[in-house]
Design a protein around this ligand. Sequence first.
Ligand SMILES: [Zn+2]
Ligand SMILES: [Zn+2]
Length: 329
Amino acid sequence: MKAMVLHQIAPIETAPLKLEEVPIPESQVDEILVKVGACGVCRTDLHVIEGDLKREKLPIIPGHQVVGKVVKEGNKFKKGDRIGIAWLRHTCQSCFYCEHGKENLCESSRYTGYHRDGGYAEYAVVPEEYAYHIPEGFSDAEATPLLCGGIVGYRAYKRADVPLGGKLGIYGFGSSAHIIFQIAKYQGCEVFVATRDPRHQAFAKEMGADWVGAGDSILPTPVDSIIIFAPAGNLVPIALRSLKPGGIVVNAGIHMSNIPQMSYEDCLFHEKQLRSVESNTRIDGQEFLALAEEIPIKPHITLFPLEKANEALLKVKQNAIQGTAVLIP
Ligand SMILES: [Zn+2]
Ligand SMILES: [Zn+2]
């Protein structure tokens, strides 16, 4: 099969993913084999490729927003079923976190396109207990951003505890943000978007944001909750200053640059809270996909052929994509 393979950590500008002919992966016990219809590009893929995350498997086929049809069935999913493969693909089910409904914190968790090959390829395998049924009404390509930007973004949204009809701030307006924005609007929130790139500012306005400003703005009015999608630590004190007393800031990313020193009184006093998000539980995934169908969420996508994965990732790095870049094998 065709796949885009990473052999060495390198900046995306050097086009480190190579188009190669590799064997179709073999499904192990409890796994299903899927013919990939589309694979969404996530900023985390960029962090894996450029070495912002600890190096795990190399060579690796990245990609953890995979939608495809089952070609080798298991017990739960049958041949021809349309399923999604997301970032989380294994947890131990016996540690404290797994036993307390927090499998996202499992110390033995394994991730797609990081510990095991992902979906920048024609075929992929996944343990079937970690595969998702994809709701009707989304094409393969449209469904891909739901699987990480959507699911992990949804966990960030839950951790932000935004009251119904409350005020939500969003810093950064990429793939995940444009999906979570739609949930907030559906729940009657006023949404304030601060983002650096003028193209993302225009996109947020077009989508109906109540206010749009520069990426490092203090929001025009204190808000209940803020989600920071941009991987920039300097935004943390700015966001905390934009909160109402008792408000919550959530860092949605897996990687963030260092947070500068900040004033306790301005940033944390008045019971403000700063939270992070790690991955998601499968319950988050199921809840979110049901909600995505109910709203229904409309992901904005830009298609690229699989072999243009380097180009698509470079555009993500340059904030040149509105919504989500999606690879088609
Ligand atoms: Zn565990
Ligand atoms: Zn992701």
